[in-house]
Design a protein around this ligand. Structure first.
Ligand SMILES: C[S@@+](CC[C@H](N)C(=O)[O-])C[C@H]1O[C@@H](n2cnc3c(N)ncnc32)[C@H](O)[C@@H]1O
Length: 232
């Protein structure tokens, strides 16, 4: 990983904002990811993120914290938060912004337990592909204290396969339709291709059942997105 995502966050944080991140996927053309969005305040967050933050309790783990926007809000509200990310740049920025406990760490390396585990901005993305979902969910479950909860968002991206007539062009012989190859570029450099998983609620619920997690639909967003609450 070249950590172009972290580079972009560092540029924005240090006053060198000239360009946004460009993303594309195996099923969609180039799109702009505006850097200011990655530094959003509570008021600028989508309603499912606001709801997730309002539902937080106890000791919180913010997985894939990025620049730390969610962690900062929670810290201001008096929560003790640990923020982790695989991006060195992201963790540097989160620290600069005032996140007190931020560490470069892959979620599968985390061993402590928490009352709330937060995964936001398509939290299922880090599972990467369907065959890894059980492994990640089992691990996330092991991070829960008694009565702990996992708050995670994702989207049903079936709409991305719709043609103009409203027909779907999903290949039923292919892998699950939410499994995407994800490409990111920044300031003319290309990041190594990544896998990024979107899960519809029902598929997430079924996967949770197989690892002994309850999965509750908390809130639907404005565009096929949703917030789920997982617990034992
Ligand atoms: C879409 S960004 C979301 C950032 C932040 N949560 C937000 O809402 O602004 C996903 C983040 O997850 C991080 N990430 C991806 N895989 C991870 C993993 N296995 N463990 C920890 N962080 C991961 C990425 O580096 C990136 O910062």
């Amino acid at each position: 990983m070249k950590d172009l995502f972290g580079k972009a966050l560092l540029d924005y944080q240090n006053g060198h904002y000239t360009e946004d991140i460009i993303t594309s996927t195996s099923i969609s053309d180039e799109d702009m990811l505006p850097l200011p969005y990655l530094f959003r305040s509570f008021d600028e967050m989508p309603k499912i993120e606001k709801k997730a933050l309002k539902l937080c309790k106890g000791l919180v783990l913010d997985v894939g914290c990025g620049s730390g926007s969610h962690s900062l809000y929670l810290q201001e509200k008096g929560f003790t938060v640990k923020a982790i990310d695989i991006s060195k740049g992201a963790i540097k920025v989160a620290k600069q912004r005032g996140v007190l406990n931020a560490e470069v760490m892959h979620v599968l390396e985390e061993t402590k337990t928490f009352d709330t585990v937060l995964l936001l901005m398509n939290g299922t993305g880090i599972f990467q592909e369907m065959i890894q979902v059980s492994k990640y969910l089992t691990h996330l479950k092991s991070l829960l204290k008694p009565n702990g909860q996992i708050l995670i968002d994702s989207s049903d991206i079936k709409y991305m396969y719709e043609d103009e007539d409203g027909g779907l062009w999903i290949d039923t012989n292919a892998n699950y339709y939410g499994e995407l190859d994800y490409f990111l570029s920044y300031k003319g450099e290309n990041e190594l291709p990544m896998k990024w998983l979107y899960l519809d609620f029902n598929t997430l619920r079924l996967a949770c059942e197989t690892v002994g997690l309850k999965c509750e639909l908390v809130l639907e967003g404005g565009h096929f997105d949703y917030l789920a609450r997982l617990s034992v």
